[in-house]
Design a protein around this ligand. Structure first.
Ligand code: F6P
Length: 547
């Protein structure tokens, strides 16, 4: 049975109307004035949870804004929706599934039931199998077809079966086995596979084929390339058995591909692709950082789960961040939001969050099948600081778009080079300060700039940001940080009344690509029935390919 908590159309909610009126009253308030008139503003708008500190004082909000947003959360039954998810109700109504990524990091003695079965022992069985496999590989005890130990791991997957494992590996690289090589192949462009494998010895290489469905075109194409690459080089089909493992929910398809299901690590349909890093999809990350660090990451996820479940709305980090996203998207008409981690190891974190946020909340029909009459997800993007500063920050400071930003920083450096950390953190704090408070014309002129040049140097400020700080980028902190954003997505979905756990929007492209692929490769001229533009593009490609 599907279970959804029915809510009224969002824009008819009484608090929504109150927020519209409130927005009209505060939209021109400046952060300069808000800070000047309230010496307690920074502590008032700083909260802590699961090892993370969130200072959200540099947002275009007042105490009344937050009170109204919390009231909206109550009105939209956020707490009830959240509890339904953690309980295992089938809240993914459009796919008739439970949503239980939280069970992947639950302690072994927890009881979480799906259709009357406690899934926690299954989760821990798989984790234990992953751990003993990872220990074997890392110790050099997994022997390949020619008798050499496995030293290279190539993860083949896409979307949630790629972005999480790659992002987490890069984030935790200092904790990884430095005597091994880890590569990640997603793109169906053969260049991705070629680059990832060109310098690898096949005798020492393990492919981890990661796919929830084990039908995804790109992953299957790359997995077949890998099979061929291995067999050609080792000269024996039987090599596949020792150089391939699978991570999937689909044992039948894994077997059809030719991987023994004894070499398969399972997960379940109640784990969404973009929420699957803490499942067996994290196997390649575990191979890199070891079971202990992987379990520490899971503990960080669990810390944030507990925080999200138990902290009052007013102290709840994902709730506050989710509500602020709604505030900007729907009242300030903000179209994009930036995530700016001041940590080189989080270079792929914005890419990971893009799938999490936009595949989840990029919807325009609510769960009651109504076309929404408000904005849903902003476009999310970002790069690590300080690199972005010398690229697109100009627009953040002086452009015509309002781009709320999440800054992420760590009090201690991850690298052994402590000295540059002061400079990194100085830049982090300076950017948030500059965006919020800018530089007035009077200040620019007072600094000796001529009246003619001064207008170009004015920074109007009032550009909002959140500041997230943690002690150190370690496995536990990474888990908490990821779960923070998972739950932020959930909060937005609940307020908007949309289903954040399906992704029907990516299906059409898959179907069309399948049809066009056969037209591109057909030996006799196909009867092209597309629009004139698509027909011509296909024809142009065919002319080049078949000449
Ligand atoms: O097409 C989108 C998507 O279904 C994502 O949600 C998912 O993470 C990705 O494709 C990969 O799917 P799979 O793990 O089944 O190969």
């Amino acid at each position: 049975m599907t279970e959804a908590i029915a809510v009224a159309p969002l824009t008819t909610a009484p608090t929504w109307r109150a927020l519209s009126d409130h927005y009209a009253a505060v939209k021109d308030a400046t952060l300069r004035d808000l800070f000047a008139t309230d010496p307690e503003r920074a502590p008032r708008f700083t909260v802590e949870g699961a090892g993370l500190v969130l200072d959200y004082s540099k947002n275009r909000i007042t105490a009344e804004t937050m009170a109204l947003l919390f009231q909206l959360a109550e009105e939209r039954q956020l707490a009830a929706c959240r509890d339904a998810m953690f309980r295992g109700d089938r809240i993914n109504t459009t796919e008739n599934r439970a949503v239980l990524h939280s069970a992947l990091r639950a302690p072994a003695d927890a009881v979480i039931e799906v259709d009357g079965r406690n899934v926690v022992p299954d989760v821990h069985d798989v984790l234990d199998r992953m751990a003993s496999f990872a220990d074997r590989v890392r110790a050099g005890n997994l022997i390949g077809h020619t008798g050499q130990p496995i030293r290279n791991v190539v993860n083949i997957g896409i979307g949630g079966s790629h972005l999480g494992p790659e992002m987490a590996y890069l984030a935790l690289r200092p904790y990884s086995a430095r005597d091994m090589r880890f590569r990640f192949v997603a793109n169906v462009d053969g260049a991705a596979f070629t680059e990832a494998t060109h310098d690898l010895d096949p005798a020492e290489t393990l492919f981890v084929v990661s796919s929830k469905t084990f039908t995804t075109q790109e992953t299957m194409s790359n997995a077949h390339l890998a099979r061929q690459w291995l067999i050609e080089r080792l000269g024996d089909e039987r090599a596949v058995a020792k150089h391939f493992v699978a991570v999937s929910t689909n044992a039948q398809k894994v077997a059809e591909f030719g991987i023994d299901t004894a070499n398969m690590f399972a997960f379940w349909d109640w784990v969404g692709g973009r929420y699957s890093l803490p499942s067996a999809i994290g196997l390649s990350t575990m191979l890199a950082v070891g079971p202990e660090n992987f379990r520490a990451m899971l503990a960080g996820f669990a810390d944030m789960d507990v925080h999200f479940r138990t902290a009052p709305l007013q102290q709840n980090l994902p709730v506050i961040l989710g509500l602020l996203s709604v505030w900007y998207a729907d009242f300030f008409s903000v179209a994009t939001q930036a995530v700016l981690p001041y940590a080189q190891n989080l270079a792929r974190f914005p890419a990971y969050l893009q799938q999490l946020q936009m595949e989840s909340c990029g919807k325009s029909v609510d769960l009651e099948r109504r076309r929404v009459d408000f904005a849903t997800s902003a476009v999310l993007w970002g790069e690590p600081g300080t690199d972005g500063q010398h690229s697109f920050y100009q627009l953040l400071h002086q452009g015509t778009h309002l781009v709320p930003a999440d800054f992420i920083g760590f009090l201690q450096p991850l690298s052994p080079l402590a000295a540059p950390h002061d400079l990194l953190m100085a830049n982090l704090f300076a950017q948030a300060e500059g965006l919020a408070f800018g530089r007035t014309l009077a200040e620019v002129e007072a600094s000796g700039v001529s009246a003619a040049d001064a207008p170009f140097r004015v920074m109007e400020g009032n550009r909002p940001s959140n500041m997230l700080l943690a002690d150190r980028l370690d496995p536990r902190t990474l888990g908490a940080l990821i779960a923070l954003y998972e739950h932020r997505v959930f909060v937005q979905g609940a307020i908007w009344g949309i289903g954040p756990f399906d992704q029907w929007g990516v299906e059409l492209g898959k179907v069309l690509a399948g049809k066009i692929a056969s037209e591109l490769t057909a030996t006799s001229a196909p009867d092209l029935q597309h629009d004139a533009s698509t027909n011509a593009l296909i024809q142009r490609y065919r002319n080049a390919r078949h000449q």
